[in-house]
Design a binder for this molecule. Structure first.
Ligand code: ADP
Ligand code: AMP
Length: 217
């Protein structure tokens, strides 16, 4: 099964993908994670993307389509993947169709997660992650069970993203409403768009997504 988790920054895509990876053995393909790794490695793509990401704007379609075309060809994607953060423009959505058709892959569903802008700002500014394994947390909504200790790997080191600040959030939400939201009708017309209430508690959102996936099997 291959799906897209579609929603604004902070909607809960990464949180839900982390769970689906465990329960459905699908691979999370987060373009934001890929770009952050490229920035950390100082690669050519990382150097091009760094300032754009810091400004909360969108990295060019050419770069993003190239990254995803390469990643989908890797053998671990054959078990099924969850796209998180891609596509973000109509050109990326059209390119994804071409890439998947070329590889005879099917896009089973696009799961749209709807969340109010006000809640998104609170979610993004309170987000942190384990520096060792990447497990995601929130100051208020998802604290580690034992304070300062990652539930998943026991590490006591945590990080916050440079772009998770109130100023950059405004630009990221503008990019979502200005570009990314335009791909929703594209998938609705194809008949594969499903919407879940991303304002609900984390477990309830998981249940709703599970219900969507059951209809696809
Ligand atoms: P995205 O990947 O869509 O940018 P994340 O999954 O990283 O979003 O979630 C953003 C922040 O909000 C994280 O700190 C996460 O723990 C928290 N979060 C995710 N889903 C919910 C939810 N349904 N209710 C409250 N907080 C949530
Ligand atoms: P995310 O981790 O999904 O919040 O993405 C972090 C940042 O990476 C975004 O604000 C963009 O600058 C960039 N980015 C990630 N995915 C894409 C994409 N598909 N298209 C353009 N820019 C992207």
């Amino acid at each position: 099964m291959n799906i897209i988790l579609l929603g604004p920054p902070g909607a809960g895509k990464g949180t839900q993908a982390e769970r689906l990876e465990k329960t459905h053995h699908m691979i999370q393909l987060s373009t934001g994670d890929m770009l952050r790794a490229a920035v950390a490695a100082g690669s050519e793509i990382g150097l091009k993307a760094k300032a754009v990401m810091e400004a909360g704007e969108l990295v060019s379609d050419d770069i993003m389509i190239g990254i995803i075309a390469d990643r989908i060809m890797q053998p671990d994607c054959a078990a099924g993947f969850i796209l998180d953060g891609f596509p973000r423009t109509t050109d990326q959505a059209a390119a994804l169709d071409d890439i998947m058709a070329d590889k005879q892959l099917k896009l089973d569903a696009v799961v749209e997660m709807t969340v109010d802008d006000e809640a998104l700002t609170e979610r993004i500014t309170g987000r942190f992650a384990c520096a060792k394994c990447g497990a995601g947390y929130h100051d208020r909504f998802k604290q580690p069970k034992t304070p300062d200790t990652c539930d998943a790997c026991g590490s006591s080191e945590f990080t916050r993203r440079d772009d998770d600040n109130a100023e950059t959030v405004k630009a990221r939400l503008a990019a979502y409403h200005g570009s990314t939201a335009q791909i929703i009708p594209y998938y609705r017309e194809k008949g594969i768009l499903r919407s879940v209430d991303g304002m609900a508690a984390i477990d309830d959102v998981t249940r709703e997504i599970e219900q969507v996936l059951e209809t696809l099997q």
